[in-house]
Each structure stands twice: as C-alpha cells, then as structure tokens.
Ligand binder design. Structure first.
Ligand code: BES
Ligand code: MN
Ligand code: ZN
Length: 484
C-alpha cells in the first residue's frame, strides 16, 4: 500500500475519493467546511436532518455530480477526546473511513482530516482497508492502492506507514491457517520477511532445545509432528553497553488443548494462539525500520499443542530449563510452559527489561472482557512505563493484582509448582504467578492478550480476526526506552 503526501485542496483534489471529518459535536473541520460550501451545504443538511449523527467512527458516503473534483466524498465522525486518547481516536476514525471505502477496488483515497495523532491516522487507514479474506475468491475488503494525506510531515507519513505495515503483518500471521503456519514455517516466513533489515536471528530446533534443557517447550510440542522451535531476533540500535529490552511472545501455532482436549467451539479460533509471537516480530520489524536508538531482542517460543500417542500427559513432571519442576494438571495450560523456558532463555542472555505477550487465559477475558488486555508485573516502575506507552499508543490495558497469597494456589504435592491454579478462580493471575517464577529479579511485565488479539466480529474500523493489538504499544515502549 502506497502512502504519500498531497498538497491539493479538498475541493480540487483529483483522487477518486476524499475523506473529510466532522467532530462528534457536529462541528465541521476546516476541510469539511470547504467541501460543504462547494456542495451547497449538503453536509450541514445531513447533520441537521439527523441523517448523519457524526458519532465517532461512523461514516456517510456522497457521490456529488458537481462542486468537487473527486467522484466520491466520505464524511467520518471523529471523537473530540482528551490528548491521551489521540492515537486511538485517530486510528479508529481513519480505519472506519477506509473500511467503508474498501467495499470496492479504489486506487487513490485522499485524507483531509486533522488527526490529533497523525501517524496513528495513517496506520488506522492502512489497517481498516485490510481484511481477513485473503483466502476468499469474493473479497469483502479491497486494500486501497494509494493513500494520500494532506498536512502531514514526511516523518509522520513514514512512521505511520511503518506502524501500519507492522500491524498488518502481525494480523496476517495470526490469521494464517494453522496447517500453513506451524513453528518451522513461522520461523522461515519471519526470517524471509525481515531479510535486509539489521536484525540478527538465531533459531533453536528440537535437538538444540534438548541440548539447552528446554524440556517445557519440548513437552508441549511432543504430541505434534511439527517440531517446536525457539526463534530469537536481535536488533542493536544503541551502544553494546546500553540496556536490552526483551520482547517475549507465546507462539502456540495451534492449541487443541492436548489430552485435556478443547471442545470444538473453543478450538476453532486457536490458530490465534501465536498472537504474542506475531506481535513481537511485527514490533521488532518496525523498530528496526525506524532505526530507533535502542537495543531490542525478541524471543518467540513456538510449539503446536496436539494429541498423539506421545503427547505429554497429566501427572507428568517437567524439569524446566530454569530447574523448577512442574506437575502437569492440565495440558491445555501449555502457554505458561512454553513461556517458562522462553523467559528463562531471555534472562540467561542478560536482558535488562522483559515484556511478554501471550494469549494465555480465557479467565482474563472473563475478568476484563474482549477488548482489554490484562497487565501483570513484578516491578511497578517498569509496569507504569508499559501502561503509559499503551495509553499513548491507543491499546486498552488494565493492571491486575499479583499479591503473594496467590502463590499457594500453584503449589504442587509432588513438584515445585503445578501448571494450573486452584479451580477456575483468579485463573489469569495464577497463570501470571506461574510465569513470575521464571524471570528472577529482571523487571518484567506480562500482558495477557487473549481477548483483544482476535475477534469473531468486525467493528466499524477493523475487520474480524486478528487485531494487531499491542504492536503500537511495543513500538512506543521501544521509542521511550531509547530515550526518544
Ligand atoms: N490459548 C488458551 C487461552 C485462550 C482462550 C486464548 C481463549 C484465546 C481465547 C490457553 O492455552 C488455555 O487453554 N488456557 C486455559 C487454562 C486453563 C486450562 C488453566 C483456559 O484459559 O481455559
Ligand atoms: Mn491451551
Ligand atoms: Zn494456548
């Protein structure tokens, strides 16, 4: 998708379609005002008659026969929120506009919208017209060939395009069917896509995982014919002595539940269980392309959780790489096992700050709903930095408790810990308490993205399927980490 600047006026712009905005208090932005005058007051008329409410991220399409050069005018409502909501508001309004216009093939769409966060507006426009129907003969959404923006600097355009491409790449990986995307093909696809960027990659295959004592990753992957992998990506934009930010992702390319088999309804969407891994690779791509002055490493623990004669079993005791023994009470609590070894590898490489992203628990969705990620930490100062980045990047997140009293819920009679809590209560927290055992003293934040990373329904600004949530937050976190 091409992204360019335009210096045309909305009235004379020759793009196929132009986009102008009305604030949700029904006040026209300057470009909407200009177009309204050129069209003899049509936009005001729509507002006054109540045909168009200008509610945030709602749209109306006009096909004027005279007055403006463009064949099509799209009017979008945009919320007048506080500055800390600028990224979300910009992304949603832009996405609503392109999603509406993507119902047919269009070559050029020009935005005359005063986005409160311009780069997020560009990102949202790219994401809104990109759908999950790559495999359908009859497309529902046609990506727009060229997006034009008035009033944006080159830097804002580049940043927005980089962000948009990263979010769309993450979405594409998550949306890919599980028989196409498995641990080895994930590694190959990521390496091919990142080729040419200043990123070093290292891969541990099954024999190497064995040699490295990653018995938890191996246990989860054992029931599958697709062997597990650990993918490590290193970007060094700062001095070798500067601290390293580690991004860790759960990459369960399909989660059948294993012997604790999921029912069919719960299994259908489990191709999304590698969203954490897809999020960290999308983020490091953007970080490298933007040449942020920061050292970042991404760690993807990749395995397929399947059923076979050799699957790992309930009652098994796994000796994790960190030496902590884990009694398996449920093979469907596999994500924390994969992350245990992956976090330990990251810590062993001496990283300074950790953030992990994982579609870890249904319980987190029970607690916070479908759209908000759960955030857990062992160090409040680091957590505050993550939460501030999430707010300014426009990702919904909410911190959950980590009191020490939860520790006893994961105690096991036969091993150091077990891989589930005590019944279903506090399931998102007991999962986080499990992970905490594998990060030592390293400042660490765990983000449970089970709800927001994937949706079975569309919104005005986003097609159903993968959302790419938290890619913007990780990029913002890296930007601040490098002192920008
Ligand atoms: N991948 C699932 C969590 C999940 C559920 C992600 C729904 C996205 C949507 C995870 O591996 C899982 O199965 N968790 C169990 C844990 C339980 C067995 C302790 C769960 O949440 O039920
Ligand atoms: Mn599971
Ligand atoms: Zn899972």
């Amino acid at each position: 998708m091409k992204v360019s600047a335009t210096s045309a006026s909305p009235v004379t712009c020759s793009a196929e379609a132009i986009v102008v905005a009305v604030r949700s208090n029904k006040q026209l932005t300057p470009a909407a005002q200009e177009v309204d005058v050129a069209l003899g007051g049509v936009i005001q008329g729509l507002l006054e008659s109540g045909e168009f409410s200008a509610a945030h991220a709602t749209t109306v399409v006009l096909y004027p026969t005279a007055g403006v050069a463009a064949k099509c005018v799209l009017v979008v409502g945009i919320e007048d929120g506080s500055p800390e909501q600028a990224a979300r508001i910009s992304r949603e309004a832009a996405g609503a506009a392109t999603k509406r216009l993507a119902s047919k093939q269009r070559n050029q769409v020009a935005f005359f919208v005063p986005f409160p966060a311009p780069a997020s507006g560009v990102c949202g426009a790219m994401v809104g017209c990109t759908g999950q129907d790559l495999y359908r003969a009859e497309k529902k959404l046609f990506p727009i060939t060229e997006l034009l923006f008035a009033g944006l600097t080159d830097q804002q355009l580049v940043e927005g395009q980089t962000l948009g491409e990263a979010v769309n790449w993450t979405r594409e990986l998550v949306n890919a069917p599980p028989s196409d995307l498995y641990p080895r093909s994930f590694v190959e696809l990521v390496q091919a896509t990142l080729a040419g960027l200043p990123i070093q990659s290292e891969v541990w295959d099954a024999p190497r995982l064995e040699a490295e004592k990653c018995h938890a990753i191996l246990a989860v992957g054992r029931g599958s014919v697709r062997e597990p992998q650990l993918l490590m990506l290193h970007y060094r934009g700062a001095a070798p002595t500067a601290p390293v930010l580690a991004l860790v992702g759960k990459g369960v390319t399909f989660d059948s539940g294993g012997l604790s088999l999921k029912p069919s309804e719960g299994m259908l969407d489990m191709k999304c269980d590698m969203a954490g891994a897809a999020t960290v690779v999308g983020a490091i791509q953007a970080i490298a392309r933007l040449q942020l002055p920061v050292n970042v490493s991404a760690y993807c623990g990749l395995a397929e959780n399947m059923v076979s004669g050799d699957s790992y079993k309930l009652g098994d005791v796994i000796r994790t790489r960190a030496g902590v023994t884990v009694e398996v009470h449920n093979t469907d609590a596999e994500g924390r096992l994969v992350l245990a070894d992956t976090l330990d590898v990251a810590c062993g490489q001496g990283v300074h700050h950790l953030i992990d992203l994982a579609t870890l628990t249904g319980a987190c969705m029970v607690a916070l709903g479908r759209q908000v990620s759960g955030v857990f930490t062992n160090q409040q100062a680091w957590c505050d930095r993550v939460l501030q980045s999430a707010t300014s990047a426009g990702d919904w997140a909410w911190q959950m408790p980590m009191h020490s009293l939860y520790n006893e819920l994961i105690s096991s009679p036969v091993a150091d810990i077990k891989n589930v809590g005590d019944g279903r209560w506090g399931g998102a927290i007991t999962a986080a308490k499990f992970l905490e055992r594998f990060v030592g003293d390293t400042p660490w934040v765990h983000v449970d993205i089970a709800g927001p990373s994937f949706s079975d329904r569309s919104s005005n600004w986003l097609d159903g399927g993968a959302s790419g949530c938290f890619v913007p937050t990780l990029i913002e976190l890296a930007r601040r980490y490098g002192g920008l």
